[in-house]
Design a protein around this ligand. Structure first.
Ligand code: ZN
Length: 183
């Protein structure tokens, strides 16, 4: 009896966790639209939300003063942080990821998934917050994306993400700041 309940517990606990994760995963594009529409439900009360059209334009020197050297390299020089270096890889609390350059909300915790790449990864984003361009830095074309408000480089978007979007926003952690829903 004791042995049986032990086995049951060993099987049931991971299964429950898996079911919980499966429930949380969006399945249809309608689910994705709901995540995009309701992103403010994950915003901590009192968090300022800058207007994306109110551009933040600074000189290189002003950016250098405002940002850490690592954030400056990624955001203003299109650098890439080393994988598995960002504490945001393991960030699983509810909340919102904002641009480290200008505080514009970019993603919510409900849009994040573990891609195993070593960079914070998201299958969708808050609408209207990114501009994109193709870059050929690694010979094959990749779609670079940057913050629409401050122009800061964040990462690249690939088409090997989970369904239903199949997108993988591969974001440098140092370009983001996490605002937990509950402090
Ligand atoms: Zn920004």
């Amino acid at each position: 009896m004791k042995r049986r309940s032990l086995i049951l517990a060993a099987v049931a606990a991971p299964l429950a966790a898996r079911l919980e994760r499966a429930r949380a995963q969006p399945r249809t594009m309608k689910d994705i639209e709901a995540l995009q529409k309701n992103w403010k439900s994950l915003l901590a009360p009192g968090t300022p939300v800058p207007d994306p059209s109110q551009k933040l334009e600074l000189t290189k020197e002003e950016w250098r003063k405002r940002l850490s050297p690592a954030a400056f390299h990624v955001l203003r020089e299109e650098g890439t942080e080393r994988p598995f270096t960002s504490p945001l890889n393991d960030e699983k609390r509810p909340g919102v990821f904002v641009c480290a350059g200008c505080d514009l909300p970019l993603f919510t915790s409900a849009m994040k998934y573990d891609s195993g790449t070593g960079w914070p990864s998201f299958f969708t984003a808050i609408p209207g917050v990114f501009g994109t361009k193709k870059d050929y830095y690694l010979i094959y074309p990749r779609t670079e994306y940057h913050c629409i408000r401050c122009g800061g480089h964040h990462g690249h978007v690939f088409d090997d993400g989970p369904p239903p979007t199949r997108l993988r926003y591969c974001n440098n952690g140092v370009a983001l700041r996490f605002v937990p829903l509950k402090p």
